[in-house]
Design a protein around this ligand. Sequence first.
Ligand code: BMA
Length: 323
Amino acid sequence: MTHYETLFLRHPANPILTGKDWPYSINSVFNAGASLLPDGSTILLCRVEDRRGLSHLCAARSVNGVDGWQIDREPTLMPNAEEYPEEVWGIEDPRITYVPELKKFAVAYTSYSRGGPGVSLALTEDFRRFERFGVVMVPDDKDAALLPRRINGFWALIHRPMTPLGAHIWISYSPDLRHWGSHKLMLEARRGAWWDANKIGMSPPPIETSRGWLMIYHGVRRTPSSSIYRLGLALFDLQEPDKCLLRGDSWMFAPEAEYERQGDVQDVVFPCGYTVAADGDTINLYYGAADSSIALAHGSIRTLLRWLDANSHSEHSGDRRHK
Ligand code: BMA
């Protein structure tokens, strides 16, 4: 019996994709970006780790978003270290945003350079050909996604630079997707014993709701034996996205199932994408489980917002107890 509300229900077919499903030899598949395609089918751009330990991206398409995945026979986007030296140790954790103004999908991904992980950006219309923009945020930075439209005339990228004071979520602006500035701190990791102390990062791209940008973010709790990746919720102002309106106190999803607790990296749930069903409310969350497989869980945007109202305090209400 549980005494907390279940916000995301795991699909009974979990994990929905594993390395065994792959048409070529790999180590593992996890942390997939997700989107709906114009025909209503679902695309996952999966992080695939090969048997050298380096990652590339591979597309899988499904009519119902659950099974019958058509997986590209070969890697869809390979690191290209000759032209993009920042990709020398692979590309990881893509987040997909459809941008109506460009009629293209923007893919923000981690490029693993000799200088550490940075954020790279690419545009695509079809997930077959990609226009690379190279590194847009220098190392050490990751967990990035583009907002689907301009804010006050500027493109906005959410990302997670590492600093000696902690790993917090920032937002930066650009007139052309190439030159970035006007950086603002968006959400701070808490301190002390909190589940999201010291290190947080955005998980999938934020969900646009009438009440604001709803963000699912991960908090990393370091324990004497390892780390636990759990998920929390925060809501940001639509026009001023660095303004946090609500932040949940407790986590709302955590490693519980066997495939989330055991794997190459234990105790990790790591969503990089979601799709929203035709009802405009049901959210299908795709997450990497224990850095070893891809799993699916269903939630309701309305219920997430209701939970936030009941389980949060305002970041700007002067309640500094948690900081
Ligand atoms: C994070 C990212 C994710 C990974 C997670 C757990 O820092 O690198 O790709 O799933 O660690 O290993």
